[in-house]
Design a protein around this ligand. Structure first.
Ligand code: MTE
Ligand code: MO
Length: 320
């Protein structure tokens, strides 16, 4: 397997202030590449604490902070669901080093007056980055608390001006066999597609995220840009997004296509609606609650009750 150091370092992100750190990191990485190859380096990256070399400055937004203890960086970056890089929780941290996040283009298209193709720098300039600490609840029954850096998706939506036919927003993740070893397995119908109703996408909680723990997103967490929707099950938050499309019809999402009885379009966190094969009433907090110790109660909308008005009048058992 060939490997170019440039794939892991993003020079365009480095400001003069960070040049010293950058050089130090580059020399370290170059030395490892020359020595033991990219696998060893990928695992070192995965287990390191945030080092600051790929810092992402974001102003803490106190309106979006949960008081729970933050999940350890190591847990959040080694226990992942990212099936494009394998279905084991530990696989993405080991294999996502092959994802090339630079250059990166996101196409914003469909039912909008101003479709645009933006590179990462252009996309990040849409609004100031904020740090927000969100709970993320996976449909499998575990949760984490992660400090994300990004801005409300609504900022981007306003820029592209949805037209009167726009009712939904569809998110498409990269699906490139040459970079993503999991794509060769038919576990899902690639590319990974997710979607929201337009009013859900406009809710200020819906975050377009570029970083976590004060750094750019690690590849296994969805670099270089992903959604974070804290009131919905984790699978709604698509990673490594290349396309955002506005549609009049409800998007056909990957998990809903794969198992429609198990994964609905809405997939709001709801302790009262069980998954057909297990209860959703409680959850295990990664790094805190052990397999044999008590679980914590799952909260309606994962505790984000401010979204309730989006669903007033809807039977949330029917629209799961
Ligand atoms: N493209 C893509 N996005 C994805 C997934 C995936 O397999 N592919 N997994 C989802 C699931 S099931 C969860 S729980 C979250 C996990 O995000 P994290 O690894 O950053 O905690 O990402 C979601 N986004
Ligand atoms: Mo998940």
């Amino acid at each position: 397997m060939s490997f170019k150091p440039s794939q892991l370092i993003l020079p365009s992100e480095i400001t003069p202030r960070e040049m010293v750190l950058y050089r130090r990191q580059f020399l370290k990485q170059a030395a490892v590449v020359a020595g033991a190859g990219w696998l060893e380096m990928a695992s070192r990256n995965a287990f390191a604490e945030p080092a600051g070399a790929r810092k992402l400055t974001a102003k803490a937004n106190p309106a979006y902070v949960v008081m729970d203890n933050k999940t350890a960086y190591k847990d959040a970056t080694t226990y992942n669901n990212f099936y494009e890089f394998g279905t084991d929780k530990s696989e993405p941290a080991q294999t996502a080093g092959s994802l090339k996040t630079q250059p990166w283009t996101v196409s914003i298209e469909g039912e909008v007056n101003k479709p645009m193709k933006l590179d990462l720098d252009g996309l990040m300039k849409i609004a100031p980055l904020e740090e927000r600490i969100y709970r993320l609840r996976c449909v499998e029954g575990w949760s984490m608390v992660i400090p994300w850096s990004g801005f409300s998706l609504s900022n981007l939506i306003k820029k592209v001006e949805p037209n009167s036919r726009a009712n939904y927003v569809e998110f498409t993740s990269l699906a490139d066999k040459s970079q993503m070893p999991g794509i060769r397995y038919d576990v899902l119908n690639w590319p990974y597609v997710e979607g929201l109703r337009l009013d859900e996408a406009m809710h200020p909680l819906a975050l377009l995220a570029f970083g976590m723990y004060g750094e750019v997103l690690p590849n296994q967490n969805g670099a270089p840009v992903r959604m974070v929707l804290p009131w919905k099950y984790g699978f709604k938050s698509a990673k490594s997004i290349v396309k955002i499309r506005f549609t009049s019809e409800q998007p056909k999402t990957a998990w809903n296509q794969a198992a429609p009885r198990e994964y609905g379009f809405y997939s709001n966190v709801n302790p009262e609606v069980d998954h057909p094969r297990w209860s959703q009433a409680s959850e295990r907090r990664i790094g805190e609650d052990g397999i044999f110790s008590k679980k914590r109660k799952t909260l309606m909308f994962n505790g984000y009750s401010e979204v309730a008005s989006l669903y007033s009048g809807m039977d949330l058992r029917k629209f799961y």
